[in-house]
Design a protein around this ligand. Sequence first.
Ligand SMILES: Cc1ncc(COP(=O)(O)O)c(C=O)c1O
Length: 402
Amino acid sequence: MKELPLGKKPGIFPPYLFRELDLRREEEVRKGRDVISLAIGDPDIPTPGPITEFAAKAVKKASNHRYPYGRGSAGFRSAVAAWHKERHGIKLDPQSEILALIGSKEGLAHLPFALIDRGDSVIIPDPGYPPYNTGVILSEGRTERLPLLEKNGFLPDFGKLSRKTLSRAKMLFLNYPNNPTGASAHLDFYKEAVRFCRKNSLWLAQDAAYSEVYFGKPCPSVLEVPGAKDVAVEFYSLSKTYCMTGWRLGWLAGNARAVQALTRLKDNMDSGQFNAVQETGIFCLRNHALLSGPIRGAFRARMEFFTAALAAAGWDVFVPEATFFVWARPPKGGKPRTFSAGAAKVQGKSLEAVYRMLSESSVLATPGSGFGPSGEGYLRFSLCAPDARIKEAARRIGKIAW
Ligand SMILES: Cc1ncc(COP(=O)(O)O)c(C=O)c1O
């Protein structure tokens, strides 16, 4: 039989970068190499015992076995509102301003469906987390990249956006604390961002997935800015805060109309997250300080060690105030060569350095260029491996003669 035709949409996307890198890693492992992967932002630390014990009981409750409410249980949304009140001093209506998500990634990718129409532009950070682009492409919108440059502390310069871009744009994604650069935003920046979005009639979608992995002062929320709720929504996730990436729970908070629009869309596409997971989410939020503190401490110790080791090996290192990512440039030297990562077509110095490190030290990092053109020249290390492996990675990297 002749093969049935597929739709065009899957072909629009380049292969997911992390899959390509993982194939490379598997290839090295097959050769018998002891590969240390610092490529993916997926904590190696297990979900804390009190959380798994609570969840085990929640799973056994028959009342949790039926379809959940698409927008999240009333209990979960109230716990989210109480958490924001305590953590940021902001008031959110659990009925209209909070939506549970099956992990924040799906919400980030679905939001453009709710807020833009075909041909509208969406401004996304460059470098940035790839799924911002996904929803825009599927919504038949266009993406405009907003460079995050080292000279600006990896914060965007809104003044660089042209009138033409702004006239077509409907929405702006921000992400602080930032993946991949590790940069943080302070309240003054959020004030500027809200002012800018209000002035230019843009929806502001701020991704706060790493909000609780901070090493100094707690990170603010964009929703703390007076008037933010007129234009802004913010994404939160339990994934990194409590080492729960596999559990898939997050939420969207902010502007009621935007929250309701995404709720309506999701009501027609999915049936929400397992009630036992939501109940566990309530437990996490109510015991936030106790559960998230030790995780933060573990990442802080890794960060202090690894940034110092890379700097001692001659790398240019951006020391982050939050996240478990180290954004760095390898020592100068050697002739740049060009590599191609299969169909991903990531080329340039970042990828050269990643492959060189993999072949000479069996340590895998992510090429900055994989997050957008402005990431070229940098590598991202994710400190999601046991302490001893991170130490061994640093030792091996230090031996490479760049
Ligand atoms: C910047 C950023 N936002 C959102 C997510 C998605 O997190 P989750 O879907 O697990 O909530 C990630 C995951 O790596 C991320 O790096």
